[in-house]
Design a protein around this ligand. Structure first.
Ligand code: DMJ
Length: 672
């Protein structure tokens, strides 16, 4: 019937022959069409086949079956992707039209040919590490755009949770209370939708789509302690400084800087995040009725941008209340005269009533950090209003600085001239005062814009290489890695507390796919920032420390000069602790923050309300209160404390929001 290579040792034959029986060959035989006969006949034929023939036939069947399965699956995939694509297209066009402008995150190609742009080692995105404590809690306070009802309901639920835990207010269960809370956000006589004449399609509160409703994450003991601290600070402000810039808690009065209720505006989104509805409602009324920008007053462009414009924009995004956007537009427009300079590098000061701007009396220079840390806010204002003038003005500054000479491996000098547009006072490089947030905003603008603006990323990466090359040293005896300063080629082991923003920024970069060694550096630097508190008598950091480079008997790593031993309730270390905890889940960062909060309570809390800056962190028995509570204590320090102690990564999700340098969260235009 067949001949083939059946037996071992038989010569191999590359053919198959089939021999038919005589009947079969003749096509005759007892034909019977019964099922049994057919089965028997098939079976007989099958049995007559050789093993090889049977194997070949089985193989062919199997092969055809596999082909069938594969083509079915791939057709299904193709169909699915066609369907999804068309659904996505519909959604993009109908619900989030502005996002159409954005592309997915892209990486700049390494620019080998251009030494200026390509000489740092790692410009590659890595997969963001997953935080070990990814617990997707409710987006309870992170109120997203479209459906106002859902937003308010979620908000109301959270408020209730806070109140139950704090046991201060009665739980409000009635419809009346819901209306009353809505009243905090939307006046009863206002429509629930913004007036269409003013609010266009461009002005949606946030580009982020609403998330599924999730169970609220309960507020923990440490967060309650932050709420208590905030309420205590707010009591002082309300009793003695209401509507003024800063509280003077000891003299039970206030100080004025711009005369614009700075503390109140800086604290708005903190109240929202902490769930303090009554306080928020009261402050909102003040903004609606008493906040007037048409005033003959000089304001600092940078400070009013990060605190007022930034505060109003983020409160608008969180609350959805158009009042805050209207106010943001007003102040934004009034700040624009600052950019009318020969170089387009803005002046430091603007008279927001007269529409005039000028540099400080003694110089025509502006501070580099100031002119390069207003971008997140003005860019967002353009996105919300559709008016490009805000964005153009600040983008021009960044483009100019990008190509400016006078940098040292990406590190910038501290001053820039508003006439010539050149850096001045060359040769001094720091990550502290006057330069700090330049570096922070390079990264954050890149993130805000959806990781497309390669020049920002290049400048950031090069600057971090510059930090590593010129400014990093280790102290003795504990070998703490710190960031010093460079003055005309001489290294100084001086580090401002302000520099402690850096670990958080490095960690944020690593989370967004930048070099993993940035995270390592962040880990070592945050340890140093913590030691700047832990090694001091009050457990609070001074404004500036000097590190010991050489081991000396009886000397600690940190020296504090008499002029530097004050503490202004600054946020930078707590800010970095928050990022480190979010990205690593390491509880030690929460514990360190908890120690710091307790020491603020021990040494800076004023019994009659408020907290105060102190003059001497080295004297626990008399820290010498300064009688001033900076607005950033409420705007930043307590907000970052609250977020640090939270295990809810959706409480201001860092893949959806980017914090400005005053801790006001603004949406990322193309969320991850
Ligand atoms: C804040 O106004 C901002 O964080 C700014 O970037 C630096 N100084 C204070 C806080 O220390």
């Amino acid at each position: 019937m067949y001949s083939g290579a059946a037996a071992a040792g038989s010569p191999r034959r590359d053919f198959i022959s089939v021999t038919l029986s005589p009947e079969e060959a003749a096509g005759v035989g007892s034909y019977n069409n019964s099922k049994a006969w057919r089965r028997r006949s098939c079976w007989r034929k099958w049995k007559q086949l050789s093993r090889l023939q049977r194997s070949v036939i089985l193989f062919l069947f199997a092969f055809l079956a596999v082909c069938g399965v594969i083509s079915y699956t791939s057709m299904g995939e193709t169909w699915k992707s066609i369907t999804n694509k068309s659904l996505d297209d519909q959604r993009t066009e109908q619900e989030i039209p502005r996002l159409k402008l954005a592309n997915p995150a892209v990486l700049p190609a390494p620019q080998k040919a251009d030494a200026k742009h390509g000489d740092y080692p790692e410009l590659s995105l890595q997969k963001p590490p997953k935080p070990p404590h990814v617990r997707r809690g409710p987006s309870n306070l992170q109120i997203k755009a479209p459906r106002r009802d859902t937003r308010l309901k979620t908000r109301h639920d959270t408020m209730r949770a806070v109140e139950e835990l704090v046991e201060v207010d009665k739980v409000e269960k009635t419809e009346k209370s819901i209306i009353s809370w809505r009243g905090a956000v939307i006046e009863p006589d206002q429509s629930t939708e913004p007036p269409s004449s003013k609010i266009t399609e461009l002005e949606k509160p946030s580009p982020v789509e609403p998330e599924d409703q999730k169970e609220p994450v309960p507020i923990n003991e440490r967060q309650l302690a932050v709420i208590e601290a905030f309420r205590h600070a707010w009591k002082g402000y309300k009793d003695f400084a209401w509507g003024h810039d800063e509280l003077k808690p000891l003299s039970k009065s206030y100080s004025e800087w711009f005369g614009l209720g700075l503390t109140l505006i800086d604290a708005l989104d903190t109240m929202w995040i902490l769930g303090l509805k009554e306080e928020f409602e009261e402050a909102r009324k003040w903004v609606a009725n008493d906040l007037v920008f048409d005033k003959n007053v000089d304001v600092n462009l940078f400070e009013s941008t990060i605190r007022i414009l930034g505060g109003l924009l983020s409160t608008y995004h969180l609350s959805g209340d158009s009042l805050f956007l209207e106010k943001a537009k007003d102040i934004g427009n009034r700040l624009m005269p600052a950019f009318k300079t020969p170089s387009k590098i803005p002046y430091s000061d603007v008279n927001i009533g007269r529409g005039t701007a000028h540099p400080p009396r003694w110089t025509s220079d502006s501070t580099v950090a100031e002119v390069t840390s207003i971008q997140l806010e003005f860019r967002e204002l353009s996105r919300l209003t559709g008016d490009e003038k805000f964005r153009k003005a600040v983008d021009e500054v960044m483009k100019h600085v990008h190509i400016l000479s006078g940098k040292n491996d990406g590190l910038v000098p501290m001053f820039i001239n508003t006439n010539s547009g050149q850096f001045t006072h060359l040769g001094v490089y720091t990550l502290g005062a006057r330069a700090d947030s330049y570096y922070e905003y390079l990264l954050k603008q890149w993130i805000q814009g959806g990781k497309k603006e390669n020049e920002l990323l290049e400048d950031y990466m090069r600057a971090i290489e510059g930090v590593k090359k010129h400014l990093l040293q280790r102290s003795e005896p504990k070998k703490l890695t710190f960031v010093g300063e460079l003055a005309h080629g001489h290294f100084s082991a001086k580090m401002d507390h302000l520099v402690c923003f850096l670990p958080g920024t490095l960690a944020l970069g690593a989370h967004n796919g930048l070099a993993a060694d940035h995270m390592k550096l962040a880990e070592t630097l945050i340890e140093t920032c913590y030691q700047m508190y832990a090694q001091v008598e009050t457990g609070l950091s001074p404004e500036i420390v000097h590190f010991n480079l050489h081991a000396q008997k009886g000397h600690k790593d940190i020296e504090i000069k008499p002029a530097d031993r004050h503490n202004l309730l600054r946020p930078e270390t707590v800010e970095s602790l928050f990022y480190m905890y979010r990205f690593t889940g390491d509880k030690k960062y929460q514990d360190w923050g908890w120690e710091i909060l307790q020491n603020f309570n021990r040494y800076t809390r004023v019994p009659t309300g408020g907290y105060t800056s102190i003059n001497n962190v080295q004297n626990p028995s008399n820290p010498e209160p300064r009688d001033k509570m900076e607005s950033f204590f409420l705007g930043e320090t307590l907000k970052y404390m609250f977020l640090l102690f939270s295990d809810d990564i959706d409480l201001i999700n860092l893949d959806k929001y980017v914090f400005n340098t005053e801790a006001h969260p603004l949406p990322i235009w193309v969320p991850a």
